[in-house]
Design a protein around this ligand. Structure first.
Ligand SMILES: NC(=O)c1ccc[n+]([C@@H]2O[C@H](COP(=O)([O-])OP(=O)(O)OC[C@H]3O[C@@H](n4cnc5c(N)ncnc54)[C@H](OP(=O)(O)O)[C@@H]3O)[C@@H](O)[C@H]2O)c1
Length: 260
C-alpha cells in the first residue's frame, strides 16, 4: 500500500498540541515536510524539535480567527516557501455550553475560525495542488456531524456547516484528482477533552473523574482514543493509497456513533 509522502509538503493547522500535533508526527513519519501552524510560536517550535529531521519542517504562526490577516499572511508565506499539496484544517473547538444559552456573536466567531479560515486556505492552496497534480484537504471535525453532542451547541452547529462546505468542495475538486475528506474524532485524550470534562463536572456538581467514567462507558471500546489513532486515519487519507476516496466523513470513535 502506498502511504509514502516523500517530497510532499503538508500544512497542519492546530499543530501545537493535541490531535494536530499527532497529525504532524504521522505525516512527518510518512516522509512529508510539515509546516506547523497555530498561534503559539514557542509551542510550535517545541513540536518541530520532536519531529523526525526537524530541519525539514517549518513553523508558521497564524491566527485562524481573523480571515483578512490570515489571507495576507498565507499569501506572504507562499511567496517565500514551497506550496503544500496536503492541507489539514484543524483548530480549537468552540466553547462548550447549551445552544440556547450561546451568545449570538459566538456563532460568527466560530464560523470565521472554522469555515471561513478553511475557505481562505483552500483558495490560496488549491492552485498549487492542481499544478502539482496532487491534492489532499482533510478537515478535523467531530462525530457531532452525525449525532449532535448535548452541551456543545455552537460546536454542533459549526461542524455541520464545515461538513457541508467540505462535501461541496469535494464535488468541485474531484475532476482535478484533489480529495476533500473529514475525520470525525470521538472522545480523544487531549487538553480540549479535559476542558470539556471539567466544564461538565462543574455544571453537574460532580467530580471530573465521574464524568470521565460516564463518557468512557458510552464508548463500545471502553476507552478514549489517543491522538495518534486519529492521526493514523489522517495519514491514510493524505497518502496516494487514498486517491479514490473523496467527500467522506470518517469517524474514529471506538464505535460510539450508533447510526448505520
Ligand atoms: N479531543 C477530542 O475529544 C475531540 C473530539 C471531537 C472533535 N475534536 C475537535 O478536534 C479539533 C482538535 O482537537 P484537540 O483536542 O486537539 O484540540 P486542542 O487540544 O484544543 O488543540 C487546538 C489546536 O488549535 C490551535 N488553535 C486554537 N485556536 C486557534 C486560532 N485562533 N488560530 C490558530 N490556531 C488555533 C491551538 O494552538 P494555539 O492555541 O497555539 O493557537 C491548538 O494547536 C478541535 O476542533 C476539537 O474540537 C476534538
Amino acid at each position: 500500500m502506498r502511504l509514502n509522502l516523500n517530497g510532499r509538503n503538508a500544512w497542519v493547522c492546530g499543530a501545537s498540541r493535541g490531535i494536530g500535533r499527532a497529525i504532524a508526527h504521522a505525516l512527518a513519519e510518512q516522509g512529508a515536510n510539515v509546516t506547523l501552524i497555530a498561534r503559539n510560536r514557542e509551542a510550535l517550535e517545541n513540536v518541530r524539535q520532536t519531529l523526525p529531521d526537524p530541519d525539514q519542517h517549518q513553523v508558521l504562526c497564524l491566527d485562524l480567527s481573523d480571515p483578512d490577516a490570515l489571507k495576507q499572511a498565507v499569501q506572504a508565506h507562499l511567496n517565500q516557501a514551497p506550496a503544500p499539496q496536503i492541507l489539514i484544517n484543524n483548530t480549537g473547538g468552540p466553547s462548550p455550553g447549551t445552544v440556547f444559552a450561546a451568545e449570538p456573536a459566538s456563532f460568527e466567531i466560530a464560523l470565521r475560525q472554522h469555515v471561513v479560515a478553511a475557505q481562505v486556505f483552500a483558495q490560496a492552496l488549491v492552485p498549487g495542488m492542481r499544478e502539482a497534480g496532487y491534492g489532499r484537504i482533510i478537515n478535523i471535525i467531530s462525530t457531532s456531524v452525525r449525532q449532535p453532542i448535548p452541551g456543545l451547541g455552537v460546536s454542533n452547529t459549526i461542524r455541520a456547516a464545515m461538513a457541508s462546505w467540505a462535501k461541496t468542495l469535494a464535488f468541485e475538486l474531484a475532476p482535478d484528482g484533489i480529495t476533500v475528506n473529514n475525520v470525525l474524532p470521538g472522545y480523544t485524550a487531549t487538553e480540549r477533552l479535559d476542558a470539556i470534562i471539567n466544564h461538565r463536572a462543574e455544571r453537574a456538581g460532580v467530580s471530573a473523574e465521574q464524568i470521565r467514567q460516564q463518557m468512557v462507558s458510552e464508548v463500545p471500546m471502553q476507552r478514549f482514543a489517543t491522538p495518534a489513532e486519529v492521526a493514523a486515519a489522517v495519514g491514510f487519507l493524505a497518502s496516494p493509497a487514498a486517491a479514490y476516496i473523496t467527500g467522506v466523513s470518517l469517524p474514529v470513535d471506538g464505535g460510539r456513533i450508533q447510526a448505520l
